[in-house]
Write a protein that binds this ligand. Sequence first.
Ligand SMILES: Nc1ncnc2c1ncn2[C@@H]1O[C@H](COP(=O)(O)OP(=O)(O)O)[C@@H](O)[C@H]1O
Ligand SMILES: Nc1ccn([C@H]2C[C@H](O)[C@@H](COP(=O)(O)OP(=O)(O)O)O2)c(=O)n1
Length: 465
Amino acid sequence: MWRRVTSLSPVISTSKPASLDQAASGFKIWRSSFSTETPTLVKDGTTSFKERNPFITFVLGGPGSGKGTQCQKIVETFGFKHLSAGELLRREIDSNSEHWSQMLNTIKEGRIVPSEVTVRLIQQEMESSDSNKFLIDGFPRTEENRIAFEQLIGLEPNVVLFFDCPEEEMVKRVLNRNQGRVDDNIDTVKKRLKVFEILNLPVIDYYSKRGKLRKINAVGTEDEIFEKVRPIFSACGYQFLYAFDSNTDSVKLKSFLKGVKLSAKGLCKLHSDKHFSASRIKLLFSASGFTDATTTKNSSETYTNYLKKACNSTLYPQLCLESLSSYTSTIKTNDLKLCSKALSVTLKAASNTSKLVTNLSKGGNLSKTEAGIVQDCIDEMGDSIDMLKQSLKALGSLNGSDHIQFQISNIKTWMSAALTDETTCTDGIDERKISDEVMRKIRKTIVNIAMLTSNALALLNKLPY
Ligand SMILES: Nc1ncnc2c1ncn2[C@@H]1O[C@H](COP(=O)(O)OP(=O)(O)O)[C@@H](O)[C@H]1O
Ligand SMILES: Nc1ccn([C@H]2C[C@H](O)[C@@H](COP(=O)(O)OP(=O)(O)O)O2)c(=O)n1
């Protein structure tokens, strides 16, 4: 038996912002036919979608800002289900569904399709998916989209990514996209950009005020941008691998992190310790996830092979090898010792860098702006060092702890925060396009620390948790 959950009509009549007329004009008839006749259904006796407690990420940004490109990387690294609102609409048009020609015209003109249509498509995809973590790309594009989602699905996003890209770069990328899309031409792009500015920026502002927005500078290579995205999700650590949610652990995490500056604070929900098993603890403290079954002999060759294999799982394998190869006899083939060493090497380098930056800033003839940026960097490095120290200490006292999973997850969160601090500093330099020699040196040393941190985090992510 099926029951009706809600109707969207009150949403439409009360929430439409004045500026929406410009983008969605001509939709009155179409709008009303959807608003009353498309009920949302849940099957009685089965778990409703909301009860599945999914992890929802909205991905926003102007046309061509790189949303789809980054979503693909997030899927590959963190295993989300990717739902592109534009793609779902294009598929609907291609399948000659009831309103295909209206949808096609809307998209050709750079306007926004009524929320009922888009939310219904997203909802169908989410409900029929086996996944419980979603990247919803290109949605919500308007306040109306946002409210319709909240009302119909009954959920809010856990996090909202916003790819911030200059207009001329977006135009260039869209015109080069070459996917045969009817809307990738200069006239439509101009309209889409206008619609984005008028209708999407208020949504971005809304999530920013609610502390859910993660703004990412979308200029740079695809990989450079992903390095800014990665920490947001790495902070959620292993819990993506398992079921979600334990209220107690959520509270514990919050109190743990109180007063600590964290980019990912509040974003992740920890799952309970119920997945914690004796065999996993044993694995963590003895065996190694990086050792081949064939290389069990305790020789220096075995240790070197182990390190090579482990480093290959990081983003900067060469740097990983260079920074850790003199410690193979200490690390042997022990994953925990490897992580600990990677962390201590990073901490040492960060402390040296912090001193170097302070000295360079004193010696150089920096302008007032440059001095301000350097001071910000020194502060960010101080925060980063605190996070690394805290992580190293926690890693050192894992043995004997009752909450190993919880602690490892905290460590990943702190490490991600350290990485965010480091990239905030280099972003500050990049955004102002400063080419001064001293500033270049400072940037280079901090990028090196960020790479070491990223590697240490990657090694931690490989622990069996
Ligand atoms: N960082 C980048 N630098 C240059 N081109 C990019 C970058 N990211 C994506 N692109 C290209 O720009 C175009 C638009 O990217 P896409 O991910 O489709 O954007 P969106 O989903 O935001 O519309 C694509 O052709 C893509 O290959
Ligand atoms: N929430 C949405 C998302 C997309 N659309 C329509 C209008 C958009 O211009 C097109 C294409 O969106 P898509 O996200 O694929 O592409 P861009 O990010 O604009 O490059 O789809 C919509 O009406 N409502």
